[in-house]
Design a protein around this ligand. Structure first.
Ligand code: CA
Ligand code: CA
Length: 586
């Protein structure tokens, strides 16, 4: 009797202690792993550490979404605006969102009132390739983490916005910059914060780096390009691949392969999935071979940083088809699968346990560079759709030009797709466009553009470039497609309310029926949307939130397409939406 009472007392003390310490230590790795199923917060990029961007919330649904209305809007302010590509984190009633020019805001989720603002001082001479954007913050414990345009990783106190630590990820003068969302994963070393960097257009060599979340110290580093040696706990570890196996001569030394879009994590197989950008330079005649792992996906062991498997979507890339796009884990037919929609216009389904090709098909129209995929998922090239070798031209300065579809901005670029557990479909924000492309001579020089190519992006259809596509990963069928005049550049959110949310450069946030693609709601926000929407529950109501502000790569690199979107106005704000109180109660 006495004993059981003692046990009970001890148990209740333990329970209290556990809950107290949990709140003191803030967000845990376990909270990150189960983010999708906890509707009161959004703790990961993708509303899910696997990146599914699917919410089980259904309070806003196909029957009532037409009444969705703004709750509040928050202005990022500042004289400079530019593209806002971030997904917000929402935790304990606070929204943490990053904005252009390496800024972070903490906002009261109920009222839209600012709690703090942090702006990283940027040096002269930063080299971001594709606008001064940032794609979002990460959260763990009582810290908020984000990366800056001069390639620093910064940890902030989530209550005050004060800097806890700051680490350099690369030399910005050599072309390193950072725009992705850091990924936090469990490992035998404790939680690690995992990042890539940008910079393939300047001949940097990509690495995936994992750091201690408390100190920022490097735990391991894995180069993405064959021939380079990684590190583990301060010592050299292993070489990525074999030197000169898929790269000629010294070209691997400036081989690009920036893992610039960040990654996802699969708790089931305990692997980090990262995408790898283009091999450098763009002029493919200078680097015969497959150029691993340029334009590929790699699965990494979080304990060691070793590559478990790699899958190249565009071996020997000649078109800047960066292979960075997100790898999303999902299960179907009793199989552990992962899907990714590539810049090169093809959609891939892989066995995520070993990276073996399961299924693949074109999601972009009129692809010219490849006839299709073989049984291993390797492209069947149209060899004459590589731009010509400048060495074979009369003056040696400009190789034969070609018209290629898709353009290097891709059948799909950085804007993340969503998977719906309700429909089993992927919702892919895609674009239909082509490019004139030619090669030029180039040699590596620190901090200088390392392309060896010239280009002009052009529309291929009169009435649209953007096309949101509902894709069946198993049958390869495009179930429906909704066209958009301007290129789509924001991401997608799918919900158990049978809805798909997305924004357009024309300024509309829209909700479609996930089954049919029928438009059920739209709202004009006043500037272009190039960020993915998110959703969470607050005081019993479902909220939709999204960052607003036109910009990103299209106005800067878009050639003839950029001219068609010149009239779109910049902006910079965060919007929330909910149902009117009366309706939400029904
Ligand atoms: Ca959650
Ligand atoms: Ca690139």
């Amino acid at each position: 009797m006495r004993l059981s009472r003692a046990i009970l007392a001890a148990a209740s003390i333990f329970t209290i202690a556990a809950s107290t310490s949990a709140s003191a230590e803030g967000v845990t790795v376990d909270d990150l792993l189960k983010d999708q199923s906890t509707a009161g917060d959004v703790l990961t990029n993708g509303q899910d550490i696997r990146g599914q961007r699917y919410s089980p919330l259904d309070k806003i649904n196909t029957t009532n979404v037409a009444s969705l209305a703004p709750a509040w809007v928050f202005q990022y302010g500042g004289e400079k605006q530019r593209g806002q590509e971030a997904q917000a984190i929402v935790s304990d009633g606070v929204i943490y969102v990053t904005a252009s020019y390496s800024r972070v805001y903490a906002i009261d989720a109920k009222t839209g009132t600012e709690i703090w603002q942090y702006e990283s001082r940027l040096p002269e001479g930063i080299l971001p390739c594709c606008d001064v954007i940032n794609r979002g913050a990460a959260i763990l414990g009582n810290k908020i983490y984000f990366g800056t345009l001069d390639a620093q990783l910064v940890a902030l106190d989530k209550k005050t916005g004060k800097v806890a630590w700051r680490k350099r990820m690369g030399d910005f003068k050599a072309g390193f910059s950072y725009s992705a969302t850091p990924l936090i994963v469990p490992s035998k070393h404790g939680p690690l914060i995992v990042t890539g960097t940008s910079g393939s257009e300047f001949g940097i060599v990509g690495t995936v780096d994992a750091r201690n979340v408390e100190t920022g110290e490097l735990v391991w580093s894995r180069p993405t390009i064959e021939g380079h040696v990684g590190t583990l706990l301060g010592k050299p570890s292993t070489m990525t691949g074999k030197k000169n196996e898929s790269w000629p001569g010294d070209m691997w030394k400036w081989g690009g392969g920036a893992a610039w879009l960040g990654g996802t994590y699969d708790p089931d197989t305990k692997q980090i999935f990262m995408g790898v950008g283009n091999p450098a330079p763009w002029n493919s005649h200078l680097r015969p071979g497959d150029n691993k792992w340029g334009c590929g996906r790699i699965a990494l062991n979080p304990d060691t940083g070793e590559i478990n498997w790699g899958f190249q979507t565009t071996p020997h890339d000649g078109w800047d088809y960066d292979g960075v796009n997100e790898v999303i884990s999902f299960d179907a037919g009793g199989k552990k699968l992962a899907a990714t929609a590539d810049r090169n216009g093809f959609f891939y389904v892989l066995d995520r346990t070993n990276g073996k090709f399961v299924n693949g098909f074109a999601f972009a129209e009129n692809i010219t560079w490849a006839k299709g995929l073989d049984k291993n998922g390797r492209p069947i090239y149209n060899k004459d759709n590589y731009p010509g070798d400048p060495k074979k031209s009369k003056d040696g300065k400009k190789g034969k030009g070609v018209f290629v579809v898709p353009s290097f901005l891709g059948g799909k670029n950085q804007m993340p797709m969503a998977y719906s557990q309700q429909t089993g479909l992927f919702y892919v924000p895609s674009n239909e466009w082509g490019m004139d492309l030619w090669n030029e001579p180039v040699s590596y020089k620190k901090g200088a553009a390392y392309l060896g190519a010239g280009f002009t992006i052009k529309p291929i259809f009169k009435d649209h470039i953007g096309s949101l596509k509902a894709v069946d990963p198993i049958s390869g069928k495009i179930v429906w497609a909704v066209k958009n005049k301007a290129p789509l550049w924001g991401g997608i959110l799918s919900t158990a309310g049978g809805l798909v949310f997305y924004g357009t450069p024309e300024g509309y946030l829209k909700a479609l029926d996930a089954k049919t693609g029928k438009e059920l709601w739209k709202f004009q926000t006043g500037s272009g949307i190039v960020a993915p929407p998110t959703t969470w529950e607050q005081d019993g109501e479902q909220i939709i939130g999204v960052s607003i502000g036109w910009g990103g790569a299209v106005p800067l690199w878009g050639g003839e397409v950029a001219k068609t979107v010149k009239h779109l106005n910049q902006g910079s704000s965060y919007w929330t939406f909910k149902l009117p109180k009366k309706m939400a109660a029904n």
